[in-house]
Design a binder for this molecule. Structure first.
Ligand code: NAD
Length: 364
């Protein structure tokens, strides 16, 4: 029996191409993994009548680790997103997005090495919404106006922002444990506690309490989110691990991906007590489907995060170095690493993957 069994979800659009690239690279490290392939999304809907078959959740729950290609969110199906549904069903509360500069990637900045830890289950993103002019919305507006003596206009829509002590405790603890495990020096909590005292204010209070338990091990500080945006653009090098509520995490993780060269190089992980799901930040880019065109790097770096999570640190570093060297040499890279998008010397997804695998084998 293999040392690890990992659920493999190819996804759709460019998903199968980049997910297979990641699987080939992971296998090339020689790690003893058996991949259990299951399908979710439009392909699953066609074959099984369900977008997210129970088999997928069962497989991840059993294996505890999964790697997934991007999945298209069908428009107008009433389904918010399979990706969001997976995170919710498995309570994958921590979204981890390392943003690191790799020489050779086109970017305005160099030497960036940030990790964004985003809370995945609460906040305005929890999806508790009331549509304008509905009966329940009017009732809620009346109730709030009476209870809080505020004046919400009758023709308002509402989104509720729940943030809990327990939800904050576990995400901040996660950020500190991540910092310790990855030898990071500092955690910065990001909030708007000066204005939203009972949600972001609670987040900050709880974050400070959790930080006390890590005193003398990992430094702690906090920043107001608007100021954080400015500082990340002006002096990103002074930050290390950032921990944020869901909505700010969503926005800041894209800002940080932009600092290091964009979606093509941004890996991600969604982690909870019941399992961990590794996936690129980018989506299924349907217009490039089957064209052997896009960068496999974000997906392969998600595989690096998976190897780290499995405590295969040495193999994770070998794979990451192989990716870094291929990017730096700039010879076997996809169009998005080139100055001009039409550069005829750009190679395809498969050829870039082959070059990375060759490097991995040289290093073993
Ligand atoms: P997208 O990330 O799929 O594509 C936007 C653009 O980014 C592409 O046109 C392409 O130019 C570039 N890009 C994306 N991946 C790239 C890669 N690997 N290499 C080079 N360039 C790359 O975003 P979108 O068009 O907004 O979304 C398409 C679909 O993907 C939607 O249905 C969306 O819901 C879904 N989506 C899924 C996930 C996920 O599975 N986690 C995440 C985001 C979006």
């Amino acid at each position: 029996m293999a040392k690890y069994k990992v659920t493999f979800i190819p996804g759709d659009g460019i998903g199968p191409e980049v997910a297979n690239s990641a699987r080939r690279c992971i296998k090339a490290t020689g790690v003893d993994i058996e991949f259990e392939e299951v399908i979710a999304g439009p392909e699953a809907l066609e074959k099984t009548g369900e977008l997210l078959p129970k088999l997928v959740l069962d497989s991840i729950t059993k294996n505890k680790t999964a790697i997934k290609g991007p999945i298209t969110t069908p428009v107008g199906s009433g389904f918010r997103s399979i990706n969001v549904a997976l995170r919710k069903s498995l309570d994958l509360y921590a979204c981890v997005r390392p943003c690191k500069s790799y020489p050779g990637v086109r970017s305005r900045y160099q030497n960036i090495d940030l990790v964004v830890v985003r809370e995945n289950t609460e906040d305005l993103y929890a999806g508790i919404e009331f549509e304008v002019n509905q009966k329940s919305t009017r009732e809620l507006i009346e109730k709030i106006n009476a209870l809080s003596k505020s004046v919400i206009r009758q023709d308002s829509g509402l989104s509720i922002k729940p943030m809990s002590i327990s939800g904050t405790e576990r995400i901040v603890k996660f950020a500190f444990e991540y910092a310790l495990a990855h030898k990071r020096r500092k955690v910065t909590a990001v909030h708007k506690a000066n204005i939203m005292k009972h949600t972001d204010g609670l987040f900050l209070k709880v974050a400070r309490e959790v930080a006390l338990k890590y005193e003398n091990k990992v430094e702690f500080e906090d920043r107001i989110v608007d100021n954080m945006c400015m500082q990340l653009v002006q002096k990103p090098e002074i930050y290390d691990v950032l921990v944020l509520p869901n909505l700010y995490g969503d926005i800041i993780s894209d800002l940080c991906a932009g600092l290091v060269g964009g979606l093509g190089v941004a890996p991600g992980a969604n982690i909870g007590e019941r399992g961990a799901l590794f996936e690129a930040t980018h989506g299924s880019a349907p217009k490039y489907k089957g064209k052997n065109k896009v960068s496999p790097v974000a997906m392969i770096l998600s595989g690096v995060l998976m190897l780290e999570h499995l405590k295969e640190e040495k193999l994770a570093r070998i794979l990451e170095q192989a990716v870094a060297e291929v990017i730096k040499e700039g010879k076997f890279v996809t169009y998005d690493f080139k100055e001009s998008r039409d550069d005829p010397t750009a190679v395809g997804t498969k050829e870039m993957t082959d070059a990375i695998i060759k490097k991995v084998k040289e290093k073993l």
